[in-house]
Design a protein around this ligand. Structure first.
Ligand code: NAX
Ligand code: ATP
Ligand code: MG
Length: 347
């Protein structure tokens, strides 16, 4: 990774150590223990790099003030939810709200809508995704949305994927950031040109989804065990779309730089944790783009946002596991979002 230049006096040297030590004395175990627990050291990613990257995430968080109106901290749309999968779009939509978005919309199929609504009165649910004019129905909301998360619980029915194709084209035309996950990645593997060169797109593949994308996009063979190299190459081949390879370490690349998130999560691999991550990222990517490149210290806004979303997901998983151990499920991570966010980004 190309190391960023210094972040200035406020986060430099001894001051950082003193501040972190003070904060950790108040909120948790000593600095050394936390860093050893939190960051399994990677040769290219020192504790100092991690501190710097956390500071960049802190820079993008919009302050809570009495001068803001509803919607300014984020209006997010989730495109997904079908007969089989109602949990995934719920997880993405609720995590967007809990990280700080003001409004969270779900665009799903007709029969999935009442189920998703019943999980939470806070979600705005549109039963339009399998209607004949689905693209138009979603498009009319786009002027009011800051970012879209496409794919959690979408399923792979051709008619739905065709509609999503139109929604992606309409979002690109309006320069709306899009996070693409799960079955949205299935669509991209069939048609990579849909997001080719769109730098406001972030892909969040799990292991299998990543291999599928590699095979679809790269013509030459690539060593997928070199996760940094493979991520870089996939991103470059897609025209610098940001790629977040989830796994034991999350490896994030925009085709120019690579960030790794090693923050300790948990050993529970229950379904839905990736859906939470996609919702966090939908919010954080628009925060980062809004904050602008001058706050990024040489990194691209989607890269910083992705690091923030990965860290938060892993911290929520860690905290939930401390309480529930083997019985931890993704629902247990939701009440941890607020405390995890404070712990990582507000100390
Ligand atoms: N409660 C829900 O409604 C949930 C719905 N989900 C949805 O289910 C649909 C299919 O998603 P899948 O993630 O199953 O995708 P796929 O149907 O492509 O399956 C991927 C498979 O790979 C396996 N896998 C994952 N990580 C692996 C690794 N590191 N090594 C080896 N195998 C690995 C998984 O067990 C899974 O069977 C999507 O729409 C997704 O959003 C999931 O998000 C989970 C929760
Ligand atoms: N082996 C692992 N050790 C620690 N954390 C992991 C491991 N594998 C994945 N994670 C974390 O779990 C979260 C979800 O990643 P995962 O690979 O399970 O996504 P997914 O399969 O898309 O999830 P979902 O079930 O929501 O579809 C990410 O934050 C990732 O960092
Ligand atoms: Mg997934």
């Amino acid at each position: 990774m190309a190391r960023p230049a210094g972040l200035g006096a406020a986060v430099a040297g001894a001051a950082v150590v003193v501040l972190l030590s003070a904060a950790l004395a108040l909120y948790g175990p000593p600095l050394d223990a936390v860093l050893k627990r939190a960051f399994s050291l990677h040769k290219a990613h020192s504790i100092k790099d991690m501190e710097n990257t956390f500071q960049l995430v802190k820079n993008i968080i919009p302050p809570l003030t009495s001068k803001k109106h509803k919607g300014q901290a984020g209006r997010i749309g989730i495109v997904g939810g079908c007969q089989e999968y109602t949990g995934a779009p719920y997880f993405a939509a609720i995590s967007a709200l809990k990280v700080g978005a003001d409004l969270s919309h779900v665009f799903c199929t007709r029969e999935a809508a009442p189920v998703i609504k019943s999980y939470s009165p806070e979600l705005i649910v549109h039963p339009v995704l399998d209607s004949p004019d689905a693209v138009h129905e979603v498009e009319k909301w786009l002027p009011r949305l800051h970012a879209l998360v496409v794919g959690p619980g979408l399923g792979r029915e051709d008619a739905l994927l065709k509609n999503v194709e139109g929604i992606l084209e309409a979002s690109k035309a309006r320069a709306i950031p899009v996070v693409i996950d799960a079955d949205g990645l299935w669509l991209i593997a069939q048609q990579p040109t849909l997001i080719q060169g769109y730098r406001k797109a972030v892909l969040t593949p799990n292991h299998v989804e990543f291999l599928r994308l590699l095979e679809a996009v790269l013509t030459d063979p690539v060593d997928s065990s070199d996760r940094r190299g493979a991520g870089l190459r996939l991103s470059q081949a897609l025209g610098n779309v940001t790629v977040v390879q989830k796994g034991e370490q999350d490896v994030i690349s925009d085709g120019e730089q690579v960030l790794e998130c090693n923050l300790q999560g948990s050993n529970r691999r229950c379904g839905g944790q990736g859906d939470l991550l996609s919702g966090f990222l939908g919010v954080m990517v628009q925060w980062a783009l809004h904050a602008g490149p001058e706050k990024m210290n040489g990194f691209s806004p989607p890269l910083v946002a992705a690091f923030g979303a990965c860290s938060l997901t892993r911290q929520c998983s860690h905290q939930a596991f401390q309480k529930y151990g083997r019985s931890t499920t993704t629902s247990d991570m939701i009440p941890e979002i607020g405390p995890a966010f404070s712990r990582l980004f507000e100390t």
